[in-house]
Design a binder for this molecule. Sequence first.
Ligand SMILES: *Cc1c(COP(=O)(O)O)cnc(C)c1O
Length: 370
Amino acid sequence: MSSIENPHVSVLELDMNALAHNISYFKNKLQSSTKLLAVVKAYAYGHDATQVSLVLEKNKVDYLAVAYTYEGISLRKSGIKTPILVLHAQIQNYALLTEHNLEPNLYSHATLNAFIEFANKNKLDNYPVHIKFNTGLNRLGFTPNEVPKLIKTFQENNNLKLQSVFSHLAASEDLNEKEFTLQQIEKFKDIKQNISDAFSHTIDFHLSNTSGIINFLEAEHDMVRLGIGMYGFGNTPKETSKLKNVSSLKTIISQIHTISPGESLGYNRAFIAEKETKTATLPIGHADGISRELGNGKGSVLINDTICPIIGNVCMDMIMVDITGVSCTERDQVVIFNNQTMVNELAKNSNTISYEIITGISQRISRKII
Ligand SMILES: *Cc1c(COP(=O)(O)O)cnc(C)c1O
């Protein structure tokens, strides 16, 4: 089964059975009553938001989350029916958002009041919305001392239904910051207590991302927000080893050259051959998510199970690798990564994290379900 009609030879292969395994791995960690929100922002972390969401819907996740309204619209247009939380809804998109049955995160008085005004004008009734608190990340959210004012606002406006209340942990993967995380957890507990006392309907409270689920059982509450873990990455090698690899990035050899000692390769002549060198040119470059940081020997690929370092500078659409002594020919398959260790290695060598490697794979790369 192949999904999208993109004939490009550079392909991100998606293993949906691995995705389903990872979801059930995390579900098994949770109390059976805890809801699961699956985060599919940024094309489902670079995978394919529609295809991933179809699998998630089949696996009965309770909620999906995207960052922006347009990501949610795209899912609705693909027939996704699961409730969708828009984490960073913008005021100018409220009409589009409600038209597509998406649910906004309201994180400030400006966004909340604008939504109330919109809801009044458009006669919305009991429209589900979500409120986010800032408990220490200092990115988006109301401050905890705004709880009484918020309670009053919601009691006075029945156009809106307070569906969930949440916050986000700043360092759940970092046990050196455990004390800080425990403070966030305590702040959130207080918020939960005060808000749930004020309303008679059920409100879902949620705090944990992937690392929160793994490291802080006490942060579980009514729902968790699973992102990176679902795609195969835990916060430690041990956790990651229990998860299955979902995506593999592959390409082919476009052309092979033999360059003589003293000859250079690529832009700015960054590589100069010291001895006769066989090189392969591959159709994938920095515009596809192969960071320029990985040039000049810092990154490598696998050709016929042999590690071949990237040589010279990474170009926009291509890289060149050293295949001296490797038995291979033009059109042979090249593996950029096919397991989590290789992704983590690429991340380390380009001074980043797995999140950036997988979300950075360009839309030009074909997605193929295997
Ligand atoms: C992206 C995001 C998540 C998912 O985090 P992971 O570390 O990938 O599990 C959860 N909550 C919020 C608010 C997010 O922005």
